[in-house]
Design a protein around this ligand. Structure first.
Ligand SMILES: *Cc1c(COP(=O)(O)O)cnc(C)c1O
Length: 405
């Protein structure tokens, strides 16, 4: 085991990794369910879920079993050859959604890149090469490729990298009038997260989503939903669009799709997919058998009434624990989000303390996330044990007490 002969620690990070992250001061080495242990053997409760990825907790036995069995069978073929796990996963995603065609990638950004390219290509082939305008939203997050940061609504992520893809317009989220003011027949797509994740755990209102659908229909534009964070059961339904009574044209999914193994997908209709042809788009690893086999197992488990109904029960436990903490400390102004995509919004008096609370939580043995400077974000396993929620919330209360003192 040559790899274990080289001692590494958190300090190694600063010497060997590109400094685009500032990870916590501890290094996790092992996880089981919703508990994680670091190099020193300290135990943590995981409310961060690897940023809404480990939806079945760490090392779920069924996922480990598939990893092992597929790992001894076939890992990779390239798209010069198709494979059974990809065909099964695509068939199951289609059976579970509005969709009729699937494209596999390896990350959320890659699925979104495919979605944005498809929306433009479809408009170009079916309407006009000038129908290229994309309407997107302030504070949106769609990934880190140049196209996806440009569609994303945070200029700090897209500035400094040279000329950006053109014809992208940003307007305020949940503001239908603002969309009406900019949409026209040159618009090819509206791109939106049903629940903005990185942008502060902000759900779209039903009127907004239904209004976007109607505007897309009026202008022959596609409604593209980024469900990278909100999908795969996170909202209490398999995909968050199901809460809104609308049918999208394209959705993207990643994060929880592989339960921790990198895989993503873009889902669309046969009609829209039919403009594509061999060679127009692609990716070497996309749809590889190892990733797809694991995602198939994750989907089989998540897309059941037990798991999906369990999301709302767990949400209630989180919300009531947070309300109790708020009665004691008067620190929150709002608890928002859907299902187990939960945002605890700090009130004006404590608005800049999210990062301090995250650090204090780690010290108490709890992993949480932030979403901006004033929101604590909880995106735990969808099957987290009630006892882990209770213990994690006790640790959270201690962390808050420390920050306030
Ligand atoms: C995380 C995220 C992405 C980017 O996914 P990557 O796998 O990091 O490329 C895109 N959209 C949303 C809504 C996300 O939360």
């Amino acid at each position: 085991m040559a790899a274990e002969n080289l001692a590494v620690s958190r300090e190694t990070f600063d010497n060997v990794i590109l400094p685009v992250y500032a990870p916590a001061q501890f290094v996790p080495v092992k996880g089981k369910g919703s508990r994680v242990w670091d190099q020193q053997g300290k135990e943590y409760i995981d409310f961060s879920g690897g940023i809404a990825v480990t939806a079945l907790g760490h090392c779920h036995p069924a996922l480990v079993e598939t990893l092992k069995s597929q790992g001894e069978t076939l890992w990779h073929t390239s798209n010069v050859f198709t494979n059974e796990p990809a065909l099964r996963l695509a068939s199951k995603l289609i059976a579970a959604t509005f969709a009729e065609r699937v494209f596999f990638g390896n990350s959320g950004a890659e699925a979104n890149e495919a979605a944005f390219k498809l929306a433009r290509y479809y408009a170009c082939k079916k309407h006009s090469p000038f129908k290229s305008k994309i309407i997107a939203f302030h504070n949106a997050f769609h990934g880190r490729t140049l196209f996806t940061v440009s569609v994303g609504g945070q200029p700090k992520y897209s500035d400094g990298f040279g000329p950006k893809p053109a014809d992208i317009v940003h307007v305020p989220f949940n503001d239908l009038a603002a969309v009406k003011a900019v949409i026209d027949d040159h618009t090819c797509a509206i791109v939106v997260e049903p629940i903005q994740g990185e942008g502060g755990v902000m759900p779209a209102t039903p009127e907004f989503m239904q209004g976007l659908r109607a505007l897309c229909d009026q202008h022959n534009a596609l409604l593209v939903l980024d469900e990278v964070q909100s999908g795969m059961g996170r909202s209490g339904k398999l995909f968050a669009y199901e809460h809104y009574g609308i049918k999208p044209d394209i959705i993207t999914t990643a994060k929880a799709l592989g339960g921790g193994f990198p895989v993503s997908a873009m889902l669309t209709t046969h009609e829209i997919a039919s403009v594509m042809a061999p060679g127009v788009h692609g990716t070497t690893y996309g749809g590889n058998p190892l990733a797809c086999a694991i995602a198939e197992t994750a989907l089989d488990i998540i897309n059941t009434p037990e798991v999906l109904n369990g999301v709302d029960a767990r949400r209630e436990q989180f919300v009531s624990a947070l309300q109790k903490i708020n009665q004691q400390f008067d620190i929150l102004s709002e608890i928002r989000g859907k299902g187990l995509l939960l945002g605890a919004v700090l009130n004006a008096q404590h608005a800049s303390k999210a990062r301090d609370i995250l650090n204090a939580s780690a010290a108490e043995g709890l992993m949480v996330l932030t979403a901006g400077s004033d929101v604590i974000r909880f995106v735990p396993s969808l099957v987290i044990e009630p006892t882990d929620i209770a213990e994690g919330m006790a640790r959270f209360a201690r962390a808050i007490a420390k920050v306030l003192n």
